[in-house]
Write a protein that binds this ligand. Sequence first.
Ligand code: CA
Length: 221
Amino acid sequence: MKVLLVEDDAALAEALGTALGEAGMLVEQAATGGEADFLVRTERYDAVILDLGLPDGDGSRWLAEWREDAIELPVLVLTARTRWNDKAAGFSAGADDYVTKPFETAEVLFRLHALVRRSHGHAHPVLRIGELAFDTHSGSVTLAGRPVSLTAQESRLLAYLAHAAPRVVSRSELAEHVYDRDHEPDSNVIDVQISRLRRKLGTTRIETLRGQGYRLVDATT
Ligand code: CA
């Protein structure tokens, strides 16, 4: 999962960025609305965490423009303001959810996971594809009830495929959502990591569709 964190308070941005990273997310950061706007329009994110009080204007201004331009990614608004008016402005601009500072990092994570899940059409916190279960909150994976140990990168790859399932995901889509923009891999690297995942999950669980990409399938059917 790749998240854009838009926050001008450097200490808060670093603390939250670190916590999100430890939770297995790829985090890119912007400290101004202008920077966020550029990134949202050029990169692919699974969600945006948006502070409203930014040095170059109110975050809801950019959010409203994104929605106007049919940019539909989930946006969690983060702000110190507690006045109802500001929350209303955030929601009116197109926010999906809201957290008021000071907040518990765990709450941000829970809300973020739920937003991303919902954006893929899932309500249950555990995504199941046959015997494979992926817990969207803890990131843990089980196969027929037995825990599977994955590296951080494998876990991100599987998380994306599990959210998208049964949709086919192209290599370029995987590259955009699962890897840092400064380290976007060539398709070889993705293929290698997919084969490592197959070794851990069983070879038939990830299907390759020639020229299209990968999808997770219920290998028991
Ligand atoms: Ca701020």
